[in-house]
Design a protein around this ligand. Structure first.
Ligand SMILES: [Zn+2]
Length: 162
């Protein structure tokens, strides 16, 4: 193998999240493990949310970059359990989300309720106000909901894909 495990991790950092391109799949916590076996490289990934149409794209993008780096023999393993949680997102990733005006997921549990149509407290990524309201279950993509801040009056996306 011409690469070390550490080098493979940095190669994977070049793969951006299809939903939020400024965050890579490693920062997102999607890549769970890299293992160099005798005969192949095994990359373990966990989808952020199983309903996310982006998941197939992530797998394809990872395969593409590994091929580009001449790692011919690899296996991408999708692990659904334990399920991805926002705790796996790095703080850098959450900060990047906020800087683009997208509210990061608030907490781990309970957010599934939003997908089911329940409204929850979401803080504005600009002024951090909790005085916000849900405008639409769907924002710029299916994985985001559209909110409006009642203090700075700006609409913003809330990343609900967990
Ligand atoms: Zn605000």
């Amino acid at each position: 193998m011409m690469y070390s495990e550490k080098e493979i991790w940095s190669i994977l950092e070049e793969v951006e999240d299809p939903e939020i391109p400024i965050i890579n799949v490693v920062e997102m916590g999607i890549v769970r493990g890299v293992k160099i076996n005798e005969e192949n490289v095994e990359v373990t990934i966990t989808p952020t949310y199983s309903g996310c149409p982006a998941m197939k794209t992530i797998e394809d993008d990872i395969a593409e970059i590994l091929r580009e780096k001449k790692i011919g023999n690899f296996h991408i393993k999708t692990v659904l359990s334990p399920a991805w949680t926002t705790d796996w997102m790095t703080d850098v990733a959450k900060e990047k989300l906020r800087s683009t005006g997208i509210a990061p997921p608030e907490q781990t549990s309970g957010d599934k309720g939003l997908l089911m149509g329940k409204v929850r407290d979401v803080s504005c990524p600009r002024c951090r106000s909790k005085n916000t309201q849900l405008i639409s279950q769907f924002g710029t993509t299916a994985c985001k909901a559209l909110y409006k801040c009642n203090d700075c009056l700006d609409p913003f996306d809330y990343f609900k894909c967990i």
